[in-house]
Design a protein around this ligand. Structure first.
Ligand code: AMP
Ligand code: ZN
Length: 465
């Protein structure tokens, strides 16, 4: 069955085929965090959706190059630097580290590349010069450089924007600098006193890059001129993604993105969770209230990514029950499988039904429905004493595939099964005796059970594979 995604550009579900002639490599770009604060779980709804997308593509055999930028220079960051006195570099490094930690707590894979805006200023300047040479960017009196949307007739295609909306008085941009016409957006922002020490030299004088150009520049640098998939929350469709398209396509003359995926918002009492409204929870807030990363992750991905999701603690409590049910099922299957070897690749009705559901624009409800139907049917079969060891081992193998695709459990929180611990102990013994062949065999056996062994001083560590 083909994979299909809802493309925001066409507003239709389309069959997904990567640009790569071999059909294996996928180029995925995701707009990353603005690092002046802990990201909230609304932000993480989007990042968890992107992680699920990547994991599903990988489960289907694609090799995904996943690039996510880190916005470490921007109006809100500069305001925070001004208010706290903490240097920009220290502030943004601290919150980038916290972001990576939270990503891992939520079981998200770390993107292949995470370029920081401040490390790419020369690339951004070169990109703007390219637009300037084509007569699409112009320098305003104050030294800022703007993109002229008049020169890009396709402007507004993604957001289905009525160009008449772009008239004086319409709120189309947060830029406060002087531009020639409404809707033109800043590529380079001239230095003002409010920027304190945050500025770079450029052909247009001192200043700093705009936010939109960062993503055009970094995606092109790391993935090339045309991307397979570009994701973000739905609030980014306009103006951010519209502006990315304009900058990239104006520079290259090629399509920028083949398929755009946008996730709906996480809400609190019907309102978007956001820093400015103050109605947010961070991952840390919820860990402090006793919830685990695994529970938060499950709550965030369990509604379809294009449907708004209202966050409540009751929902997290219900997730705990659900996960307990799953854990009990897996324990029971393990006991039923006994010493039967768990096959490496899980195949069967669960794996097929689960992945087929996700093929349909990441239909998570269908995929989880398949899982819980399997739980019901296999419990009945075990109740009736009809489940053989090999059959139980086969269900376990399928579960491992499902678990890996869902990204459950979150890193470091999984209960290590006794048999995996025993294999790890045996492997340490083999290494002590310099029996490398046996040690490698045991490493493979641990891997087949869904774990990776990492050697550490005086022993080893087991993490989910
Ligand atoms: P930011 O750090 O504000 O640039 O946002 C990072 C990502 O989180 C972007 O893709 C936003 O679209 C997304 N985002 C922000 N608020 C929410 C929310 N309440 N629900 C889902 N995604 C969000
Ligand atoms: Zn972006």
């Amino acid at each position: 069955m083909a994979i299909r995604f809802f493309n925001t550009l066409s507003r239709c579900e389309e069959e997904f085929k990567p640009l790569d002639p071999s059909g294996r490599k996928v180029l995925l770009y995701c707009c990353g965090p603005t690092v002046y604060h802990f990201a909230h779980i609304g932000n993480f709804r989007t990042f968890v959706f992107e992680d699920l997308l990547r994991r599903h593509l990988e489960a289907r055999g694609f090799e995904v190059t996943h690039v996510m930028n880190v916005t470490d220079v921007e109006d809100k960051i500069i305001r925070t630097v001004r208010e706290t006195g903490e240097p920009l570099k220290e502030l943004t490094r601290r919150y980038t580290a916290a972001f990576l930690e939270d990503l891992q707590i939520l079981g998200c894979q770390i993107p292949t590349q995470m370029p920081r805006a401040t490390d790419c200023v020369p690339d951004i300047i070169a990109f703007i010069q390219r637009l300037e040479a084509k007569g699409i960017a112009y320098r305003a009196a104050d030294g800022s450089v703007y993109f002229s949307i008049e020169k890009f007739p396709a402007y507004g295609r993604l957001s289905r924007l009525d160009r008449n909306q772009l008239k004086p008085g319409a709120r189309v941009s947060q830029d406060e600098h002087a531009r020639e016409s409404y809707g033109d957006f800043a590529l380079w922002k001239a230095y003002t006193e409010k920027d304190g020490g945050v500025a770079w030299d450029s052909p247009w004088g001192r200043g700093r890059p705009g936010w939109h150009i960062e993503c055009s520049c970094m995606s092109m640098k790391h993935l090339g001129e045309t991307l397979d998939l570009h994701c973000g929350g739905e609030d980014l469709v306009f103006p951010h993604h519209e502006d990315e398209i304009a900058q990239s396509e104006a520079a290259t003359g090629k399509p920028f993105v083949r398929c755009w995926l946008h996730s709906a918002h996480l809400l609190v009492n019907g309102q978007k969770m956001s820093k400015s409204l103050g109605n947010f929870f961070t991952v840390r807030d919820l860990l402090a209230r006793g919830y685990s990363g695994r529970e938060i992750r499950y709550a965030l991905f369990s509604a379809h990514y294009r449907l708004p999701l209202n966050f409540t603690e009751d929902e997290l409590k219900a997730v705990r029950q659900t996960l307990n049910r799953l854990d009990a099922w897996v324990d029971r299957l393990r006991k039923a499988a006994g010493d039967a070897p768990v096959p490496k690749a899980g195949q069967g009705t669960l794996a097929d039904g689960f992945l087929n559901a996700l093929d349909a624009d990441l239909n998570i409800s269908g995929a989880l429905g398949q899982l819980f139907e399997t739980v019901r049917v296999t419990h009945r079969s075990m109740d009736e004493g009809k489940m053989g060891k090999d059959e139980a081992a086969n269900w376990l193998a399928q579960w491992l595939l499902v678990e890996r695709t869902l990204g459950l459990p979150a890193v470091g929180e999984a209960k290590i099964p006794a048999e995996v611990e025993a294999l790890a102990r045996e492997r340490l013994e083999a290494r002590k005796n310099k029996n490398w062949k046996r040690s490698d065999e045991l490493r493979d056996a641990i891997k087949a059970a869904g774990w990776v062994v990492q050697d550490a001083p005086g022993g080893c560590k087991l993490i989910r594979g």
